[in-house]
Ligand binder design. Structure first.
Ligand SMILES: Nc1ncnc2c1ncn2[C@@H]1O[C@H](COP(=O)(O)OP(=O)(O)O)[C@@H](O)[C@H]1O
Ligand SMILES: [Mg+2]
Length: 258
């Protein structure tokens, strides 16, 4: 357990690893998403994708290639027109909105390019929101956990500030803390460093790396920054809504013993 992990009343990842074995954490089978209309728009087509535990996956591709669409399908924020999305082995095809929301809250954390923090709430209150929605902890423990997450991300001096009192990099770290609120095994990020300066971008990237290496989470991040994608462990490349390559990349740290 690191400072970014913690008990939120769910089973721990370590227990999960032995009981759930190598079962993929998210799996897409022949998923296609078509927006209906006079001229239907195909967002992604024929996606087969298996995402395992402790993976650090980059989704790359030109602008408009369907990266965000794919991430929203993986995150149950959108539903494929045909095909299936399985989360922890469960086929979500026939889930209603509430069932999808429940899986999202407990299993998936989201980070977007623009932080989407609530402007009238403090950083601590923003991080508590997903915990309140899940409702597994007493309020006092929610607050303690939120403060702990923020402190672990270097924001201990900003607990009572509102988003407009923070820098872009600080806001994005609050968004990371919020994504971790319910201790989800998976973080899905859409251009998480896309609006940050290079120093903040490096800091947020380092945090994502740690979520995989230290916490044993899975991180799937859309990025068009090749120098970041190259430093992730796997790269899924999209062109015109289809996966054209899916390659594992060995990182220097992984080739060292221990
Ligand atoms: N609501 C929408 N209506 C019409 N076209 C859309 C809509 N959302 C996305 N698209 C189109 O679908 C394609 C994929 O979009 P997106 O997943 O956002 O790509 P990316 O994230 O790779 O830039 C793009 O060509 C985009 O213009
Ligand atoms: Mg996008």
């Amino acid at each position: 357990m690191t400072a970014l992990s913690g008990d939120v009343g769910a089973g721990s990842r370590e227990q999960g690893a032995s009981s759930q074995g190598d079962r993929p954490i998210i799996e897409m089978r022949k998923a296609t998403r078509i927006l209906p209309g006079t001229v239907p728009v195909t967002l992604v087509a024929d996606i087969d994708l298996v995402i395992g535990r402790k993976e650090f996956v980059a989704i790359t591709g030109p602008s408009g290639s369907g990266k965000s669409s794919l991430l929203y399908l993986l995150g149950l924020l959108d539903v494929p027109t045909t095909g299936e999305v399985l989360v922890e082995g469960r086929d979500t095809s026939h889930f209603d909105d509430d069932e999808r929301a429940a899986v999202r809250l407990a299993t998936l954390g989201f980070i977007f390019q623009f932080h989407f923090l609530l402007p009238e709430f403090t950083t601590t209150q923003n991080v508590m929101l997903p915990m309140r929605a899940l409702g597994r902890l007493p309020l006092r423990q929610m607050k303690e956990r939120a403060e702990g997450l923020l402190a672990a991300l270097g924001l201990q001096d900003h607990l009572a500030k509102r988003p407009d009192q923070l820098s872009g990099g600080q806001r994005q770290r609050v968004a990371v803390a919020r994504a971790l609120a319910n201790d989800p095994p998976v973080i899905l990020a859409d251009e998480p460093t896309g609006s940050l300066d290079s120093k903040s971008s490096e800091q947020v990237f380092g945090i994502l790396r740690d979520l995989v290496d230290r916490d044993g989470r899975t991180v799937v991040a859309v990025t068009h920054a090749m120098e970041l994608a190259d430093r992730m462990d796997r790269r899924v490349h999209l062109v015109d809504g289809r996966i054209v390559s899916d390659e594992r990349q060995l990182q220097p740290a992984q080739s060292r013993p221990g």
